[in-house]
Design a protein around this ligand. Structure first.
Ligand code: AMP
Length: 280
């Protein structure tokens, strides 16, 4: 069930296609948690067979980021996926994905890719879209499933699929949270007890934004930012309200559906979260 080579996963997927089974792909970087498994369950519900990719993509990490210490738990991941009934796991090495070392040709994310996460992590979205395009070409799924947790990623993947006429559907699953509101993330395991408490500022700021949504943008931003005042161990990176259709910041007159994006640092760990609100 686990394939480490492009040829191996292609042959296995060809077998599924010969049996006229539809295929859903769930791209991940591993260190799987219940958020990933929610994507897998959605994939199982909408397709006959599920392929999960596990690849910590060097191309989307910047210098000084956590590429080397990113958690790698392949055996546990594969066991969890087997329990979920996943047919195929694609877990290539970096050399398998990038045999030439670097890529000469890549996907460029455009303006929205330079904002928010892209401003804090230059080149991140080019690297992410490039590997997602490669995975789409390798697996050729009918559907690929992503988490709303990474809202800017979802926007950019949808845009790439539209711009490049990629022949697949994109399915998005709501963010899975701990009971206290913290969004599940592979990076949560970096947090110590203090950091774990401080990390609650993200979901608290989103709840505050939601509560203030009827009072307009300025109030939303003020209330959401105030949530960070309660926690010393966390430093706000960005807090912005965007139009879900364009992913550009909304102005003070905006009404209707909007997305609040927040990112913060807890020690050396960057965490992100987002929520939909209705500006009144
Ligand atoms: P990652 O392994 O962090 O690259 O994430 C792989 C996929 O899982 C992405 O589509 C993420 O958006 C999604 N994901 C990560 N955390 C969550 C979560 N808490 N809830 C839902 N989806 C998630």
């Amino acid at each position: 069930m686990v394939h480490g080579t492009v040829d191996g996963i292609r042959d296995a997927v060809a077998g599924l296609r010969d049996a006229r089974r539809t295929v859903a792909l769930v791209p991940t970087m591993g260190a799987l948690h219940d958020g990933h498994l929610a994507l897998v369950r959605r994939a199982r519900a909408i397709a006959d067979a599920v392929v999960v990719s596990i690849f910590v993509n060097p191309l989307q990490f910047g210098a000084g980021e956590d590429l080397d210490r990113y958690p790698r738990t392949l055996d546990a991941d594969v066991a969890a996926l087997a329990r979920e009934g996943v047919e195929l796991v694609f877990a290539p090495s970096a050399a398998e994905m990038y045999p030439e070392g670097a890529v000469e040709t890549s996907v460029v994310a455009g303006h929205v890719g330079s904002l928010y996460e892209g401003a804090s992590r230059p080149g991140h979205f080019d690297g992410m879209l490039t590997v997602v395009a490669k995975l789409f070409h390798i697996v050729q799924p009918d559907t690929a499933v992503f988490g709303q947790k990474d809202a800017q990623q979802v926007f950019l993947v949808r845009r790439m699929v539209a711009d490049l006429n990629a022949p697949l559907a994109i399915e998005v699953v709501p963010t899975v949270r701990e009971a206290d509101g913290l969004a599940l993330s592979s990076r949560n395991r970096y947090l110590d007890a203090d950091g774990r408490r401080a990390a609650l500022a993200l979901s608290e700021s989103l709840a505050a934004a939601e509560a203030a949504a009827g009072e307009g943008l300025d109030e939303v931003l003020a209330e959401a930012a105030a949530a960070f005042g309660d926690h010393e161990a966390i430093e706000l990176d960005y807090l912005v309200v965007v139009d879900p259709a364009t992913f550009l910041p909304v102005d003070e007159e905006a009404t209707g559906e909007a997305t609040v994006l927040v990112a913060a640092r807890v020690g050396g760990t960057r965490l992100i979260d987002n929520a939909g609100i209705v500006l009144g």
